[in-house]
Every structure is written in structure tokens, then in C-alpha cells.
Design a binder for this molecule. Structure first.
Ligand code: ARG
Length: 245
């Protein structure tokens, strides 16, 4: 009896303390933002940011597991410690910086406005009187709201649903980050050719990884990784893979 107990205890200690203990972190991504975050045929997270994080983790000698988490509420989970990082194409904004810490910027975007193929407008002002869809609580929605041009906003749980409604004629336009717009226009089988990017906004946005306030150790690792991937050229390779040149 005691012998079994001691043996069990010993193997437990061995199994839990491998020779090369690597620090492990969990990142949350809303995988409905292609090609930045999406799922593969096995429903596993894939895309630009999972690849970027994988390379980053390798470069700084840590492990990062990416989990698919719904956008609505994704920030809450980092606050309560369910995961360490939000890696979900999150634009660094002053509002969000009040509540969370951000890594250095790792990707630049602008907002793109999608219309059905053949239809055109030139600026935010032209959205007046139009029904405009986007993902709930994203910067695209914020930009239209702030412009205050008299558009009617419709917020969706994910941008794919907004685009579906656009193609069914239930709304008039969709606003989202430009690489995502480009993906629906050119690459996604069931929407390619049916949409066009009518115009893009001027103001640049930058993605950062989100961590709970005060996690300096983790932020330093992320920032070091971002720098290393730039220097090594790996960032460029990942961009070529997911975004074309
Ligand atoms: N960049 C935009 C924002 O921060 C949209 C991000 C949405 N990301 C996603 N994976 N659904 O508000």
C-alpha cells in the first residue's frame, strides 16, 4: 500500500517536472476574421496571427496555445485570467488602453467599406441613410459612429454574418479591417466576385496583443518576439503566405 503510494508520488513528481520546463501561455482568438484568424478543416485556429504567435513563441523560447473564443466578451477572459493574451487583430485604442496593456504594434490596417459588386460610394459621408453592418464593438463600427453621418448601424457577432446580409440585400454596406475585406472580395469561394471595396479610410490602425494590466514579463517576451520576427524576415514570410505580396 505505502509502496504504491510512494511509487505513485515519485512518478507524479517526475511527470510534472520535465527536464526542460517551457513556459506556456494561452491566447484567445475570434477565428471569424479571415485571413488573420480563421479555422482550418479540423476546426483548429489558423491564419496570420496564429502563425505569427507560433513563430514568436519559438523565437523567444516559450509555448503559446491559441484558442478560438467568441469576440463578444473576449477581453473579459483576459481580465479574469482564463487566458493570458488576446490575439485577435485587436486595434490599439486609447479606450482599450485604459483597461488593458498592449504589446508593441505588429500589424497596420485601415477600414474598408464593402458594397455589392457594381455599386460605388466615395466616402463615409455617402453612407448617409444607408444600413451599414460590421462586427459588434470593432473599430469599423466606431469609425462610422464617430463620423456621425446619419448611417444606420447594424452590429453582428461576426463579420461573415454581416456580409451574408449584404449579399441578401438586407443591408447596404459592411465595414471591416482592409485585409479581411480583401479576403471576402478575392479569396472566399462563396463571396469572391460578388463584392467590391468601395473605399478605404485614411486613418491607420495598429494591432497589438492584449494582456492584463501589469503583466510586464509577458509583454517583454511578446515585444521581443515581434522585433525578432521583423529582423529575421519571418514576419514577411507569414504575410506572403496569408496576404499575398
Ligand atoms: N481591428 C478591429 C478591432 O480591434 C477588429 C478586430 C476583430 N477581430 C476578430 N478576430 N474578430 O476592433
Amino acid at each position: 500500500m505505502l509502496r504504491h503510494f510512494v511509487f505513485g508520488l515519485l512518478s507524479f513528481v517526475f511527470l510534472c517536472a520535465p527536464a526542460h520546463a517551457v513556459e506556456k501561455y494561452v491566447a484567445a482568438a475570434d477565428c471569424y476574421w479571415p485571413p488573420m484568424e480563421l479555422t482550418d478543416s479540423n476546426k483548429q485556429p489558423t491564419g496570420y496571427s496564429p502563425d505569427f504567435l507560433k513563430a514568436l513563441a519559438k523565437a523567444v523560447g516559450i509555448e503559446i496555445e491559441v484558442r478560438n473564443v467568441a469576440w463578444d466578451g473576449i477581453f473579459g477572459g483576459v481580465a479574469t485570467g482564463q487566458y493570458d493574451i488576446v490575439s485577435s487583430s485587436v486595434t490599439i485604442t486609447e479606450e482599450r488602453k485604459k483597461q488593458f496593456d498592449f504589446s508593441d504594434p505588429y500589424f497596420e490596417v485601415v477600414q474598408a467599406v464593402l458594397l455589392p459588386a457594381g455599386k460605388h460610394i466615395n466616402s463615409l459621408k455617402d453612407l448617409k441613410g444607408m444600413k451599414v453592418g460590421g462586427q459588434i464593438a470593432t473599430t469599423g463600427i466606431f469609425v462610422v459612429r464617430k463620423a456621425d453621418v446619419g448611417a444606420e448601424l447594424k452590429e453582428y457577432d461576426d463579420v461573415g454574418l454581416a456580409i451574408e446580409d449584404l449579399l441578401k440585400g438586407r443591408i447596404d454596406a459592411v465595414i471591416c479591417d482592409d485585409p479581411v475585406a480583401l479576403y471576402y472580395v478575392n479569396k472566399k469561394a462563396d463571396t469572391a466576385g460578388k463584392l467590391n471595396i468601395s473605399f478605404k479610410t485614411q486613418e491607420k490602425e495598429y494591432y497589438g496583443f492584449v494582456v492584463k494590466k501589469g503583466r510586464k514579463d509577458l509583454l517583454e517576451k511578446l515585444n521581443k518576439g515581434i522585433r525578432l520576427l521583423k529582423e529575421s524576415g519571418e514576419e514577411r514570410k507569414i504575410a506572403e503566405k496569408w496576404l499575398g505580396n
